[in-house]
Design a protein around this ligand. Sequence first.
Ligand code: ADP
Length: 462
Amino acid sequence: WDSRVKEHFWLSPDTRVTIELFYDRLHVDDREKTRLAIETAIGEHSQYDIEYRTVSPEGKVRWVRAIGRGFYDKDGNPTRFDGVTIDITRNKALEAELREALERVRFMAESMPQKIFTANAEGQVTYVNRQWTEYTGLSRAELDGNKWTKAIHPEDAPENLRHWEECVAKVASFECEHRVRRSDGVYRWHLTRAHPMRDVSGEVVTWIGSTTDIEEQKQAEVTLEKTVAERTAKLKETIGDLEAFSYSVSHDLRSPLRAMQGYADELLNEASQALSPTHRNYLERIHRAASRLDRLTQDILSYSKLSNAEIHLHRVDVSKLVHEIIEQYPHLRDSEAKIEVREPMHDVIGNEAFLTQALSNLMNNGIKFVAKDQRPELSIYTEEREGCVKIVVADNGIGIERRHYDRIFQIFGRIHPDSKFPGTGIGLAIVKKTAERMNGSVGFESEYQAGSRFWIALQKAT
Ligand code: ADP
């Protein structure tokens, strides 16, 4: 009350004149109801609490809230009347502004295609627009408070209400997708969003929400998902067929190829003296070409086998595996390369055979793609991040130019001619495929002419 208390008046039965003057000061429209309220309170010996307008001699109107009560002698006659009045002009103006703002919102809401609603700070729906009542066939009274949940699919309503109450409590924007029942009983998918509107002091004045029919988008999504699933299945089938095809082709190619290699060998061993240097050179070329074709068919075979091979994933001791690979592969063991295995290494979830193939390919490349006059240096180590382990093979080789980045993991994606760095261009495609089959991924960083870091990322074994 404090500073807003404007007057304190005291009345006794002989100050009737004063009270008449008081009524004269009131707005004509408020005089009768104020008089009635005061007289009723006196008659009933009760308190009154009323709002009215006062008009100053200059004609200035102010809103006032008055609370008062009378005191009575033992015969029930009023002896005194105490009351306080508070100037509420500003509150009234704010209320009117708010009412107008809400009216405007509602007016706009009625003319929109969406279903619009408002709710109070407690989350109780206070208004729904015509689109809500027309769509659901329910009246406003049937949708207010928490009754709107009746129009929501029973499978969605409890969760929607829980989420709504949570957002109201936290004063956080609300969003959900749910099925709303049309008047004919058909449910259609809708997207509902609501935002709190605050006053200057930060208090929530109202929530304003919209509900949009998204049934068609939903249907389109379902159709799209179905189409994608069907196409993926077909594509997988085609890839499977192609891989089976390349497997059998490569397989069948190998026996005539062996015959070519074998006879060329025989000729070189047994008849090379009888051949002219040119013819001998031709024969050596045939032999080299046959060997290269053999390597190619073998690599294609390995690649196609990867897709169909059964794979069992288990814990793999990476450190042990790397040492075994170095021991087993003579060109790694006996090469002049400096190979450093940085311990400790993290174990991964993978498959030993697949990982052996992948890591040996990476290590071979690391040694192979080095400038002629440079001693190859390999560093193998692991890095752990967020449950994932990267097995890194870093080299001091020729590096890769940025423009070739996209090609190198593709099958036959080679950069250099076979004469400079022999190979088939399938090694990294195999690394990628093995990593994918072990639910992992591959990648690299490289600096042209200053080395590369290739890695396979797999799930960490705990
Ligand atoms: P291949 O080794 O048989 O050529 P890969 O699939 O293993 O085939 O590699 C594809 C290409 O990627 C290579 O031809 C080479 O150009 C490049 N490459 C792979 N590893 C490295 C590396 N460690 N350093 C530089 N280039 C590399």
